[in-house]
Design a protein around this ligand. Structure first.
Ligand code: SF4
Length: 244
């Protein structure tokens, strides 16, 4: 059968299956979702990410809660790779909270000099360790409020430490990757990490909060990158409105 102008035009203008699932959806065309629909979509996204990143875990290397607390303080605005490089020797030199508390300020600064904002972070680590020694017998406390109140720590740090070092789940760690992906996937419009955490924890089962944060971080590094999301290669393309 000859190809008519109409069929030629239809072929020329019809989007391919890949294009149809990878184009951003203008906000005005997005259908509002109920919380149940959001939960169902979130469950599909979580399943797909678990298959994609079966070994997702905390990228900071640590063996004790104190090590993870120090590493998380160092990791603010710094890559985990760089932090791991520095903590390899740092943890051997300062095995206890008392070692940090009693450290010579300029020596500790020199020990973490490769880390961005090292002066301020060294000051915070010494102040944090002094509190651990004086109030908590040198141990990292086990509640979100107590960890979040330590110098250099905040809610995200507390969620990372409690969830990964103690297996205590009080909240979800929302970093820059988690926030960006949650917005792009249409689960929030907020830029405020506390608001985003509150919204995501309504949609993800509590036992998944720690893993979910790792999954989004892995996906944010590998595919849904800040500058250029690779939607054409994304396993979530059909489930994501791509609010970019
Ligand atoms: S998760 Fe990111 S990379 Fe994947 S489709 Fe959505 S916006 Fe694109």
């Amino acid at each position: 059968m000859p190809t008519t102008r109409a069929t030629r035009n239809a072929k020329a203008t019809a989007p391919s299956a890949a294009t149809a699932t990878t184009q951003p959806t203008p906000p005005a065309q997005r259908q509002p979702e109920s919380q149940e629909e959001q939960r169902a979509r979130m469950a599909e996204i979580t399943d797909a990410l678990r298959q994609q990143y079966p070994d997702a875990h905390c990228s900071l290397e640590f063996e004790t809660p104190l090590q993870l607390l120090v590493a998380t303080i160092l990791a603010a605005q710094c890559t985990d790779e760089r932090v791991n490089m520095v903590t390899k020797t740092l943890f051997k030199k300062y095995p206890t909270a008392a070692d940090y508390a009693n450290a010579d300020p300029s020596e500790l600064e020199a020990d973490i000099k490769q880390i961005v904002f090292y002066r301020n972070k060294a000051k915070n680590i010494r102040a944090m360790a002094t509190i651990l020694v004086s109030r908590y017998n040198g141990e990292v406390p086990r509640t979100l409020a107590e960890v979040a109140a330590l110098p250099g720590a905040a809610r995200k740090t507390a969620n990372v430490v409690l969830g990964n070092a103690y297996g205590i789940i009080e909240g979800m760690a929302v970093d820059t990757h988690v926030g960006r992906l949650a917005r792009r996937m249409g689960f929030t419009i907020s830029e405020d990490s506390v608001v985003i955490e509150q919204q995501l924890t309504q949609l993800v089962p509590k036992e998944m909060w720690v893993l979910f944060s790792h999954l989004l971080i892995y996906h944010g590094r590998a595919v849904c990158q800040s500058r250029k999301p690779l939607c054409d290669q994304c396993v979530l393309a059909a489930k994501c409105p791509k609010v970019i």
